[in-house]
Design a protein around this ligand. Structure first.
Ligand code: HEC
Length: 115
């Protein structure tokens, strides 16, 4: 009988230690990174059309995931949709103006700003 109680006590101790590992805060930090619900804020623009314009006009210099290449990365930038629209229409530095209909440029700018 005593042996059984001893064994039980050991199990409880082990369980208590195991529980300690769960206190690592890493999962919470990841959740915060995932949180911005930009995907849901798609009411303002047509993401499919934007992606098409991007692939036709920008992908060569800014990378297939907006990570940059010949030009700077565009994801997570500080620029507003209006500023991006200006760059598309007028160019900036060594980037030539992009010949997009202004409707497409505006849609694209809003999409990039949301990345
Ligand atoms: C021929 C290559 C090229 C193409 C095509 C191109 N870009 Fe660029 N882009 C650049 C370069 C180079 C810069 C950096 C210009 C500078 O500031 O000197 C830049 C800068 C930018 C910036 C400003 C980034 C910042 O942080 O200041 C935006 C926004 C941008 N491009 C958007 C676009 C969009 C949208 C398209 C497609 C419609 C596009 N670019 C097409 C080369 C290109």
């Amino acid at each position: 009988m005593k042996k059984i109680l001893l064994a039980l006590g050991t199990v409880v101790l082990l369980t208590a230690c195991g529980g300690g590992d769960d206190a690592v805060p890493a999962p919470e930090e990841e959740a915060v990174v995932d949180e911005p619900a930009t995907e849901e804020a798609t009411g303002d623009f047509d993401a499919t059309a934007a992606r098409e314009s991007y692939e036709a006009s920008c992908i060569h210099c800014h990378g297939n995931n907006l990570q940059g290449g010949g030009g700077p990365g565009l994801a997570g930038g500080e620029l507003t949709a209006e500023e991006i629209f200006e760059v598309i229409q007028n160019g900036q530095g060594t980037m030539p103006p992009q010949n997009l209909p202004s409707e497409d440029a505006e849609n694209l700018a809003q999409w990039i700003a949301a990345q």
